[in-house]
Design a protein around this ligand. Structure first.
Ligand code: SF4
Ligand code: SF4
Length: 178
């Protein structure tokens, strides 16, 4: 299990690795008026991954709410809860959360622990890249960078457990995608 200092080092490495990369050569926000950075539905936001909050504790553009496991369902590895964040649509790009960086891709894990990157069907209501199954239009450098980042993140047990639990939920919700 990684110490807090180890987790912080890992997240700094991940943020450095993924800071500049974008899904397309052009700005994909032009396809959708950057809908994923807007309040497209009441209460939308994302969860930070375990340890990611260490890097984002002083960011005033980010609103953080602690979701306790007594009130929300989480993977068992998240033993106390998780930070749910929303933003004011004006993040400093180098500090955007990992969930924003990897979208529209996400890691999907099978029961045997093998994993792959997929277009996240949870983004179907908003993202034209997901709606049109544009995986082969994504830059190879984006796919490769995210693969490296996820491979490093999946060495953390809490993140691995979260990805497995999210993958199970996704398979139930979108069986046609599998
Ligand atoms: S919703 Fe999809 S296409 Fe639009 S900005 Fe986000 S990732 Fe790009
Ligand atoms: S944190 Fe940045 S990238 Fe993420 S939704 Fe907000 S404005 Fe968009």
């Amino acid at each position: 299990m990684l110490s807090e200092a180890g987790l912080e080092r890992l997240w700094r490495e991940i943020y450095d690795l993924t800071g500049e990369i974008t899904p397309l050569h052009s700005d994909c926000g032009e396809l959708c008026d950057s809908i994923c950075c807007q309040d497209w539905e009441e209460g939308v936001g994302i969860y930070l991954y375990p340890g990611e909050e260490i890097l984002l504790s002083g960011e005033s553009w980010l609103r953080r709410t602690w979701h306790d496991t007594r009130n929300y369902t989480f993977p068992t590895a998240w033993d106390r809860g998780a930070w749910f964040v929303t933003c004011d649509a004006r993040c400093p790009r180098e500090m955007r959360p990992f969930g924003c960086r990897t979208f529209p891709l996400t890691a999907d894990m099978s029961e045997d622990g093998s994993w792959r990157l997929i277009l996240d069907p949870n983004g179907l209501p908003i993202c034209p890249l997901i709606k049109t199954d544009a995986r082969f239009q994504l830059r190879a450098s984006f796919r490769n960078t995210m693969k490296i980042a996820w491979r490093k993140l999946l060495t953390v047990e809490a993140i691995r457990n979260d990805v497995l639990a999210s993958s199970r939920r996704r398979r139930m919700r979108y069986p046609q995608e599998y």
